[in-house]
Ligand binder design. Structure first.
Ligand code: GLN
Length: 281
């Protein structure tokens, strides 16, 4: 028998889902369809599903079985304790990127007014989180994808964050303005990397993931262009791949940055590198 016969109750729906996808994901998808807390799934296993809910849940389980990321199926992902909307136009926020938030907070003087720029904001997680965590920050976020900017703007509105969004290919459409802190989680995967053919990455925008033969093309342009956009004493922090820290520190050195360092993510991998701009010479 392929499907249990309706009426299907919560317990049967979960049991069916568990045969196809990870049990936690089955619960998440059912909660999404029923728009209910986990406690209801646990407390009311005998509750029957309406025909529409059962059909919607089945469709989601089948899409998940075919590989679609859970975040796209439910349209959201948590980042730094807040729920962000995501669509297939943006990269799915990763916990590793929370390291960038921590670093910026640690490098911001208490109560100081800082001008902050997030390059390639995607769903807006970095810009919005920083705007909400740092009362005094004045945050600008750019993306060259208009679809991504729509998602980011919707997230900012929903979470009550004040961020200026600009459609721009990195720095291209920004004026002469300089910033105290620039952050970026750019594409950094090598274009031939087999991981692009696996898991969630297959469904994410390629333009948010891949960056030339070594994955360093965008990191190189950002690092090279950043000095002209930083206030003296300002910081640049960029996320990068697990094996790129040395190369990125090299880029920062070549561009004339001081105080160059790399920081480890929760898995103990050097995931973010940065430096301070103290001027030329
Ligand atoms: N961290 C992501 C991954 O490896 C890639 C994100 C990115 O390219 N910025 O799955």
């Amino acid at each position: 028998m392929d499907f249990p016969e309706p009426p299907v109750d919560i317990a049967a729906a979960l049991a069916w889902g568990r045969l196809r996808v990870d049990p936690m994901e089955a619960r998440l998808l059912l909660r999404h369809v029923l728009q209910c807390p986990l406690s209801r799934l646990v407390a009311r296993p005998e509750q029957p599903l309406e025909a529409k809910a059962w059909a919607d849940y089945r469709a989601l389980i089948e899409r998940r079985e075919a590989g679609e990321p859970v975040a796209y199926l439910v349209g959201g992902r948590e980042f730094y304790g807040r729920e962000f909307m995501v669509s297939a136009s943006v990269l799915i926020p990763r916990p590793d990127t929370e390291l960038l938030v921590e670093l910026v907070i640690a490098h911001c003087g208490e109560g100081r007014r800082v001008k902050l720029l997030d390059l390639g904001t995607g769903s807006g997680v970095l810009a919005i989180t920083l705007a909400l965590e740092l009362d005094e920050a004045e945050v600008t976020a750019v993306d060259r994808s208009r679809e991504a900017l729509w998602v980011a703007m919707a997230n900012a509105a929903r979470l009550g964050a004040s961020v200026s969004f600009v459609e721009s290919d990195w720095f291209a459409s920004l004026g002469e303005e300089r910033f105290d802190i620039i952050v970026a989680n750019p594409p950094y995967i090598a274009s031939g990397d087999p991981h692009l053919q696996q898991g969630d990455l297959r469904f994410e925008p390629r333009s948010a993931l891949a960056a030339g033969p070594a994955g360093l093309d965008d990191l190189a342009s950002i690092v090279a262009a950043a000095p002209a956009r930083l206030e003296r004493g300002g910081w640049l922090f960029v996320e990068h791949g697990y094996d790129q820290a040395l190369a990125v520190r090299g880029l920062l050195t070549d561009a004339g940055f001081a105080g160059i360092a790399s920081w480890k993510d929760l898995a103990g991998i050097e995931r973010v590198s940065g430096g301070r701009w103290l001027g030329r010479g």
